[in-house]
Design a protein around this ligand. Structure first.
Ligand code: TRP
Length: 440
């Protein structure tokens, strides 16, 4: 079974709203809980710098977005959750990729083209007010994705072109330097709702029609009361088609609840009463998460610690991979022979040790790269049985420990996150050894 690797970034330029929750946070958190997937979520703060020149806002948004995702149930022990700017290998890879990508490809990027078209229409210089960061945006995004060899990238339709460019960069790099990158795919979920905003258009910061995800209860009520409706009086039947209020309700309610509101519309519910229903329903879902959010906002040190741990997991992959990429392009130790099969600097790796005890039974243990014990098995009658448990761990990660029960125990002081980290590093080393072979 191939473990699908999902990766997505969230630009830290604003405050999350209900549209982000329904369209991105909620489905991503659910997806991250599925077995057989490995998820990477990161705060794209380098990307935010392209648009936001206010340092306080960058910091605030990073805090709010991190707290939002955690409050909505993202489990940092199960996923790799990190901040882009904590991974210096990403800007480094951006440079390598920019040297294999044609400038013409970037000229055609939607965001850049839109800026140029606007300037041209206004009769100004085509590149007026365009920073190089905006132009390079797709390369930085390609580095985000290729750094971790993600297979699937959940994004909105507006980002599909960026994923195609990432494939383009992967292919050009591989063509010149050997197979290092997998071609990522955009994962677009057509079942995910886009939420209308207060004025009925798509909820979006650029329309200024949003409802902040964790607006306090009173403010949430006020905002919901301001959602546009038609002017039908109480008692008059109301149409659900085109009703922003109805669509917003639907994004939170069960099928039964939705049918009940549909019936109430047909029966002529007063808009004020309908709004009260929608408010109570959303508030019921948000209240516990809002409490968690407020607690997190009040404890930034906790979020820092979570992001630090995430960066360590991410760099356990990025650092050795970057060493290999530097070598591949010729940024090499001068003492090394200029030959294709000089091995990249040998990194210490975690280790599964299988062995036999004096009792004649078979055992295994897992150590991290520093030799610290992470897992210890009980006795197996045959080495094949031990290998099977190791296989389950390699395939599923630390969740396999649940099925393995008392047969395999976490060592004292080790966590399942440590185990996942070690397994990740092993998988990565294996994939790299394979690509080294095919490149040689
Ligand atoms: N460009 C994405 C957006 O605006 C954010 C982003 C940055 C991203 N890097 C990424 C998304 C890598 C997916 C993968 O939504």
């Amino acid at each position: 079974m191939r473990i699908d690797r999902f990766l997505t970034g969230i630009t830290t330029s604003g405050t999350p709203h209900l549209g982000n929750y329904v369209g991105s946070i909620r489905p991503s958190v659910q997806a991250s809980l599925r077995p057989g997937v490995q998820s990477f979520y990161f705060l794209a703060d380098y990307h935010a710098l392209i648009k936001v020149g206010d340092p306080a806002r960058i910091q605030r948004s990073t805090l709010e977005i991190a707290a939002s995702w955690l409050a909505c149930g993202l489990n940092p022990d199960k996923v790799v959750f990190y901040r882009q700017s904590d991974i210096p290998e990403i800007p480094e890879l951006t440079w390598l990729l920019s040297c294999v990508l044609g400038k013409g490809v970037l000229n055609r990027a939607h965001a850049y083209k839109a800026a140029v078209d606007k300037n041209t229409a206004a009769g100004t210089d085509p590149d007026a007010d365009v920073n190089v960061g905006l132009f390079m945006y797709p390369v930085l995004m390609g580095a985000d994705i290729l750094m971790f060899n993600a297979h699937q990238v959940p994004v909105g339709r507006d980002q599909v072109q960026h994923i195609e460019m990432a494939r383009d960069m992967a292919a050009s790099f591989n063509h010149r330097y050997g197979e290092h990158f997998v071609a990522p795919e955009a994962a677009i979920d057509d079942f995910v709702a886009t939420l209308p905003g207060l004025d009925g258009r798509k909820m979006s910061k650029s329309y200024d029609n949003t409802i902040a995800l964790f607006a306090p209860r009173a403010q949430l009520q006020k905002l919901i009361n301001s959602i546009v409706t038609d002017s039908k009086a109480p008692g008059e039947p109301k149409a659900i088609e085109g009703s922003a209020l109805f669509q917003i309700y639907q994004a939170f309610a069960t099928a039964d609840e939705t049918r009940a509101l549909q019936q109430a519309y047909a029966n002529g519910i007063a808009w004020g009463d309908a709004k009260a229903m929608v408010f109570e329903r959303i508030d019921r879902e948000m209240a516990p998460m809002r409490a968690a959010y407020e607690a997190l906002l009040a404890d930034p040190a906790k979020i820092e610690a979570i992001l630090d741990a995430g960066a360590a997991k991410a760099r356990a992959i990025a650092t050795p991979f970057m060493t290999k990429l530097r070598h591949a392009v010729g940024l090499r130790d001068l003492r090394a022979q200029a030959s294709a099969n000089v091995k990249a600097a040998k990194m210490a790796l975690p280790l599964f040790k299988q062995y036999r005890e004096k009792d004649g039974q078979f055992y295994f243990k897992l150590q991290d790269a520093d030799g610290k014990l992470l897992l210890q098995s009980a006795a197996y009658a045959s080495p094949k049985d031990a290998a099977q448990s190791i296989g389950a761990l390699q395939q599923q990660g630390a969740v396999a420990l649940i099925d393995l029960g008392a047969q395999v125990a976490l060592a004292e002081g080790a966590s399942s996150a440590d185990v996942d980290l070690a397994l990740l590093a092993l998988r990565e080393a294996k994939a790299q050894a394979k690509s080294d072979k095919s490149a040689a």
